[in-house]
Design a protein around this ligand. Structure first.
Ligand SMILES: Nc1ncnc2c1ncn2[C@@H]1O[C@H](COP(=O)(O)OP(=O)(O)OP(=O)(O)O)[C@@H](O)[C@H]1O
Length: 908
């Protein structure tokens, strides 16, 4: 989401500006209400007449709180310094100098909107003023030197940190306004940080604890290191220091590109940056000459550790962790964690022990090489991240081993990234950075506004301060909540072209100027002392404490000045207080737990109801689906079996048709017969085979019938009758043999058909098959009948022929004396014999016609022997093998033709 700079600070824009926020803008100038606005908008904490926030009730009473610039009775306000940087030559040539920034006095700044600014346009429409007045703790003009700035801003913080206080200094401003210049410096113009380091080490001369066995960890704890851990620390420290030396020796304008971890290659660290111009901390000879460590605690030694990290695109990167490489690589991010008291700290942050300012300087430079810089349209070497350099001072008492408490104090210097209109960034990565920078600065602004609101409205319920909304505010939270004091340096650039941005930055800082510090370490001491003055249970105040009260005033509220009796008393009071607070908390916790439990129970009940409803609905749905599936299955099964039955019926019809026509080949089993059961497939194959054999038999029968017909015709024709009859006899015999064979085959086929029909016709149109087979049998019977008739005719013919032969013999007897040569053969014994044979055969045939009788006997053993042959033959012809099957069926109960739908369903 692109954000413009119009209100990234939690400040309303000019249009929405509230009088309550920016204090007495109109009231100061005659109370003119809109639309007639005053010419100048006055934004100043000093002009706030309302009583500023008071600290802890009893702390004020005892007068322990330091007086701030806000006047008597106010707690100490947060120091907000303004630094105006000089215009560069190029900027002057571009006409940037339009007198829009004017320092009126040490605390007052006047802004006049230039012609082209947005502010001037809105002012011309009467919406806002074109001039704005701001007040700050101190304003530093363009001519201010680094040394002067240090003296007025950070020098005291260094003193405080050596006394055991924590301090934060952060720079804020539009990009290219001089923040990095102020913190780190440029060339020989060392900034606040190197000066602070030099000052610190000068004060600690001879008091440095050089062993590395005590290391700061977590929020503000100390850990004793094992010898092997000390070695690791030594290696890490030396490698960083060596890295600086190596880099210095190969310095020549090389640029290293680092992968920032999130958005690809976006961080550029230029070796020829401002800091690299100096190999050592360069300060004026007399700048810190008066520094001395006289006010340090007696016998205490100091171990100094530094860390350096940045917040880039809402990710934390350790700037001292990276080993140098010329290859782009992915940097590891760090996480924020909380100790058991809820204090936020950076987990796995590298802390390096330094023993001199030079070492600290080298570490700073080594870390800076890993920092995210990029070129923007306003600044060639713009910081794209918030960089945080921390110095932790371990106050090691002389008898540290004897269990005497060790103390830690910290000085943190934060160089915030410059705010900028994100829409002016054409590069996607720069735009993303700008958005993240603006978002975190916006959160910082909201936090400061909420803190101010809470401080000004003690009687109302406090607002939640959104520290958790950004990494920056989370890591700085402690400094806004009593961990120490914070100071803000607002940097501005007097260029006319960025007037609107400068105005917004100043409005943001105006809110910060109204902040007071949270209860500091000192005020906590005051709080303890105030507890000692609390009325005792019998209503009298502690006399010991009354004595100590004056003393504490005199001794500048130092608790260590109290005598042991008072301290013991204080401890007792504190113990009681702790006990009381614990009990309070327990009651509170019990209430909270009760509420949580009841709410949870409600939620669980609601969830239970919801689940039951869902379960019911699911069950109904599943039931419905199952029913649907069952009905679908039934439908499909029904369809499948109907189809199956239809196909079988068609097959049977085809079979019947084939049997009827005797010429149409039996249709081959369909390709989909694979799905049929094995028995059905076997039956189908057998049927085919049987049909083929039946057809063959019929064809043979037809041939024989034709031959018989031919013979009959031949017999009617005149000719050598003996030859003809004998040939006919042979043929008849042959035909009879064939017929016997055929009948045997038919009998076998009948049996096979019977079994096949049993297997196949149970579920199909068996009736039709039966009819077809009956018809076939009838045809066969008719043919048998014809054959019988033929045989009878043949017998008659033979008898006729015999008679004729006898007649002929009688008529030819006289001629036997002189038989003609043509009849010699017929009068030969062979001939007679043949004739005799023929007669015998005829009589035999007559006595034993037809040859099929034994076959019919075997086929139809039930025929009545008393009947005449012809009747029997007809009967036997009517009793076909299939009719036997039918008869046997009629005797046994018929199988059910089709399985019921119920049995099918049960089967599947
Ligand atoms: N007081 C000053 N005297 C002389 N030159 C200055 C002063 N302040 C800033 N400059 C110069 O102005 C330029 C921009 O300064 P600097 O890089 O410190 O800005 P910045 O606010 O840190 O920018 P960014 O937020 O983009 O990092 C630098 O060239 C610096 O040397």
């Amino acid at each position: 989401m692109a954000m413009s700079l119009s209100s990234p600070y939690g400040c309303p824009s000019d249009e929405e500006e509230e009088m309550a926020v920016f204090e007495s803008t109109a009231a100061e100038h005659g109370g003119l209400a809109r639309p007639r606005l005053p010419e100048i908008s006055v934004i100043s904490p000093g002009l706030d007449n309302r009583p500023a926030v008071t600290g802890p009730k009893l702390a004020v009473k005892s007068g322990l709180v330091r007086q701030g610039s806000g006047g008597e009775g106010n707690t100490e306000r947060v120091k907000v310094y303004l630094r105006v940087r000089p215009l560069s030559e190029v900027e002057r040539q571009k006409g940037e100098e339009q007198g829009c920034v004017a320092v009126q006095d040490e605390e007052t700044l006047l802004l006049k909107a230039p012609k082209e600014s947005q502010n001037m346009r809105t002012a011309e429409r009467g919406i806002t003023q074109s001039m704005h007045k701001f007040s700050f703790s101190k304003i530093f003009g363009p001519e201010t030197t680094q040394q002067q700035f240090y003296e007025c801003t950070m020098k005291n913080m260094v003193k405080d940190v050596l006394r055991g206080e924590n301090g934060l200094l952060y720079t804020y401003g539009v990009t290219n306004s001089g923040k990095t210049y102020t913190i780190q410096g440029c060339g020989r113009e060392a900034g606040l940080l190197p000066r602070a380091l030099v000052s610190l080490f000068r004060k600690l001369q001879g008091r440095i604890y050089s062993a590395m066995d005590l290391k700061p960890v977590m929020y503000q704890d100390v850990r004793k290191l094992e010898p092997n851990e000390v070695k690791v620390e030594e290696i890490r420290r030396n490698s960083l220091l060596k890295e600086d030396e190596n880099t210095t020796s190969r310095r020549g304008g090389t640029t290293t590109i680092w992968d920032s971890g999130v958005g690809g290659l976006s961080s550029t660290s230029n070796f020829t940056s401002q800091l690299e111009d100096t190999d050592s901390v360069c300060l004026e000879p007399d700048s810190l000459s008066h520094s001395s460590g006289d006010d340090l605690e007696e016998g205490v030694q100091f171990s100094i550790w530094v860390s350096f990290y940045e917040i880039y695109n809402e990710f934390l990167y350790d700037l001292l962790d990276a080993s140098p490489s010329m290859q782009p690589r992915k940097r590891a991010t760090m996480r924020l964690s909380e100790d058991k008291l809820g204090n936020t700290y950076v987990k796995e942050l590298t802390w390096i022990q330094v023993r001199t300012a030079e070492e600290a300087w080298k570490i700073l430079k080594a870390g800076r090489r890993n920092q995210s810089f990029a070129s923007t349209h306003l600044n060639q070497n713009s910081s794209r991240s918030h960089s945080i350099f921390s110095i932790r001072v371990l106050h090691i008492p002389p008898q540290a081993d004897s269990g005497q408490a060790m103390h830690i104090s910290e000085l943190t210097v934060c160089d915030l990234a410059g705010s900028e209109r994100s829409k002016e960034q054409r590069n996607g990565e720069r735009m993303k950075e700008a958005n993240n920078i603006n978002t975190s600065l916006l959160t910082l602004g909201r936090c400061i506004a909420s803190l101010r609101h809470n401080q000004n409205n003690k009687s109302r319920p406090p607002q939640v301060v959104p520290f958790r909304d950004s990494k920056l505010t989370r890591v700085l939270q402690g400094f806004f909540c009593g961990r120490g004091t914070s100071s803000m340096v607002v940097n501005i650039n007097p260029c006319a072209s960025i007037y609107d941005e400068t105005l917004q930055a100043l409005k943001f800082s105006a809110i910060a100027t109204q902040l007071v510090h949270g209860p500091s370490t000192k005020t906590r001491v005051a709080y303890i002392l105030s507890l000692l003055r609390e009325p005792t249970e019998n209503g009298n105040e502690s006399t010991v404490l009354e004595e100590e009260e004056d003393e504490s005033d005199v001794e500048d509220e130092d608790i260590t000045m109290l005598n042991s009796e008072a301290l013991l008393k204080a401890i007792d009071v504190l113990k009681r207080e702790v006990q009381r607070q614990r009990e309070e908390k327990e009651v509170l916790e019990a209430n909270v737990r009760e509420q949580v439990v009841s709410e949870m129970m409600e939620v669980i009940t609601r969830m239970q109801d919801g689940f039951s409803e869902t379960l019911e609905a699911e069950r109904a749905l599943v039931e419905e689906r199952c029913e649907d599936r069952i009905s679908n299955l039934q439908k499909h099964l029904k369809k499948f079996y109907s189809q199956e039955l239809l196909e079988r019926d068609q097959e049977i019809e085809a079979l019947s048709a084939a049997l009827d026509t005797q010429s149409v080949p039996t249709p081959a089993p369909k390709a989909n017969t694979e799905g049929l059961r094995r028995s059905e497939r076997l039956t189908g194959t057998d049927l085919c085979r049987l049909r083929a054999e039946l057809d063959q038999c019929r064809a043979e029968l037809l041939t024989k019938t034709q031959e018989l017909t031919k013979l009959k015709i031949q017999l009617e024709l005149p000719g050598p009758t003996g030859t003809i009859t004998s040939a006919v006899d042979r043929k008849i015999e042959e035909g009879q043999r064939n017929l016997r064979q055929l009948r045997l085959d038919i009998q076998r086929l009948g049996v096979d058909l019977q079994s096949g029909e049993r297997a196949c016709c149970r579920n199909t149109g068996g009736e039709r098959l039966r009819q077809a087979l009956t018809a076939a049998d009838e045809t066969l019977s008719k043919q048998d009948q014809i054959l019988l008739e033929l045989q009878n005719s043949l017998t008659l013919i033979k008898a006729d022929l015999r008679r004729k032969a006898e007649t002929l013999a009688q008529t030819e007897a006289p001629r036997l004396q002189l038989p003609p040569s043509g009849f010699a053969a017929s009068t030969t014994p062979g001939f007679c014999k043949k004739r005799g044979c023929a007669a015998a055969a005829a009589s035999d045939t007559e006595n034993r016609p037809p040859q099929k009788r034994p076959l019919f006997h075997s086929l139809f053993p039930t025929r009545t022997p008393t009947r005449k042959y012809n009747t029997r033959a007809v009967e036997e012809a009517n009793i076909t093998p299939y009719s036997r099957v039918l008869r046997s069926r009629q005797q046994s109960p018929p199988p059910s033709p089709l399985p019921s739908a119920r049995s099918l369903r049960g089967k599947y």
